[in-house]
Design a protein around this ligand. Structure first.
Ligand code: 9MR
Length: 397
């Protein structure tokens, strides 16, 4: 090899090692990446790997492993419930900041970045709000002002402490809704019209100039027909494009990533393609609520390995598809699990007919599953030329 070429190759190697922050082997003790946390391994790519945090589990003294893993295994956290409107303002005008403050303090103590979840959503709204609108005591004009005040108050309180805000969540219908043509759905669209989306982003930006402002939704991991009438990803893509074109301060699109082993799901390439298209709009992306559930048949519940093993493998493969796609797209900034243990997961509470579960990467006794190992392997055995450090996103004015 010519000297110049050799020097150039060496420089690239050094830069790569530096960029990936590969720790050198210390004397007598070879570096073993498999002992590192998911969060630390992801940071070599500039990626933040996180979990939703259930505050009840975090504060359960009889279950210390939950807190320990939440604190050590992840570099970003999302409040599973305590930043939702019904928790923050159960009584009109009386904010109950306690649990959310505690959550943010937990993240700070553990040097974790926070995804704020969620400012505008049709679920988990306080009763006084929905009933006030239903009985006509809250007018449309007042409702808009209430929403503005809520966003302003919450974003201001945590200003400078939130990395990414889910400003609007799940605003778009699904093909199984009525009418089946995709549309803006739910409480806010119904009462304020779709203009509330742009308003919400503008109000959030006014209250925090630095947080990254996200639209967040499920079933947008990959494009389908390309027709916004039935392809939710296309609908959201066009929505984000229009918001951008109108100068609305949206910085990213969060793809929740709630998958199930009973479905066809996606190839890594399909998911990369979707992330690239969003990046093409100048947007960051993130996987925000990843889990992969399975049907718990009688045989599964009875411990039959013939039925359990294929589920564990399919779940691992699906987690891996989303993570590899995220690694491959440099604007994909974070990868958050919606809970990390089957001991505390929304899935069994939500899907009971037929029962579903096994959706996270640790079992009920905090034993890491195959999915956990495969996520680690994906983080360890990836790098240049196809997996490169993240491109930081600048918040839009
Ligand atoms: O995991 C959350 C669960 O504890 C709540 O009961 C539920 C109520 O709607 O919300 C769950 O979290 C949802 C998230 O906030 C938005 N995307 C879908 C998540 C799973 O339902």
């Amino acid at each position: 090899m010519k000297l110049r070429r050799w020097i150039a190759t060496g420089a690239v190697a050094v830069a790569t090692v530096a960029a990936l922050n590969v720790a050198p082997a210390t004397a007598g003790r070879p570096y073993d990446p498999t002992t590192q946390s998911l969060g630390d391994l992801a940071l070599r790519h500039g990626l933040y790997l996180g979990t939703a945090v259930d505050m009840d589990a975090l504060n359960d003294a009889s279950d210390p492993r939950y807190r320990q893993l939440a604190a050590t295994e992840f570099s970003t956290v999302t409040a599973e419930n305590v930043m939702k409107w019904e928790s923050l303002e159960p009584t009109r005008g009386r904010y109950n900041w306690g649990p959310a403050d505690e959550f943010v303090a937990f993240a700070r103590k553990n040097h974790q970045r926070v995804r704020g979840h969620v400012l505008v959503w049709q679920n988990q709204l306080p009763g006084w709000l929905t009933s006030g609108v239903a009985d006509g005591s809250i007018s449309k004009a007042e409702l808009r002002q209430i929403l503005r005040d809520h966003i302003t108050r919450v974003v201001t309180r945590y200003q400078g402490r939130i990395w990414q805000w889910d400003v609007v969540n799940e605003a778009v219908s699904d093909p199984w809704d009525t009418p089946s043509t995709l549309h803006y759905k739910g409480f806010w669209a119904q009462h304020l019209g779709p203009g509330y989306l742009a308003d919400a982003f503008r109000w959030a930006r006014a209250a925090d100039p630095k947080a990254l402002l996200f639209y967040n939704d499920y079933n947008i991991e990959a494009f389908g027909s390309g027709n916004p009438a039935d392809d939710k990803t296309q609908f959201v893509y066009e929505m984000a494009r229009d918001l951008r074109a109108r100068g609305v301060p949206i910085d990213g699109v969060g793809s929740q990533g709630h998958l199930g082993t009973q479905y066809g799901n996606y190839s890594t390439f399909q998911v990369v393609d979707a992330l690239k298209k969003f990046a093409g709009l100048g947007l960051a992306t993130a996987f925000t609520e990843v889990d992969v559930r399975s049907q718990l048949t009688e045989a599964v519940r009875a411990g039959d390995s013939n039925e359990i093993n294929p589920r564990l493998q399919a779940a691992a493969a699906n987690f891996s598809v989303l993570l590899r796609a995220c690694l491959a797209e440099r604007h994909c900034l974070s990868f958050t699990l919606w809970g990390f243990t089957d001991r505390h997961s929304w899935v069994p509470d939500w899907f009971d007919n037929p029962p579903e579960g096994m959706a996270t990467v640790y079992d009920e006794n905090y034993r890491p599953k195959l999915a956990y190992q495969e996520l680690k392997a994906d983080l360890i055995y990836s790098g240049p030329p196809f997996v490169l450090p993240r491109v930081p996103q600048q918040p839009r004015r």
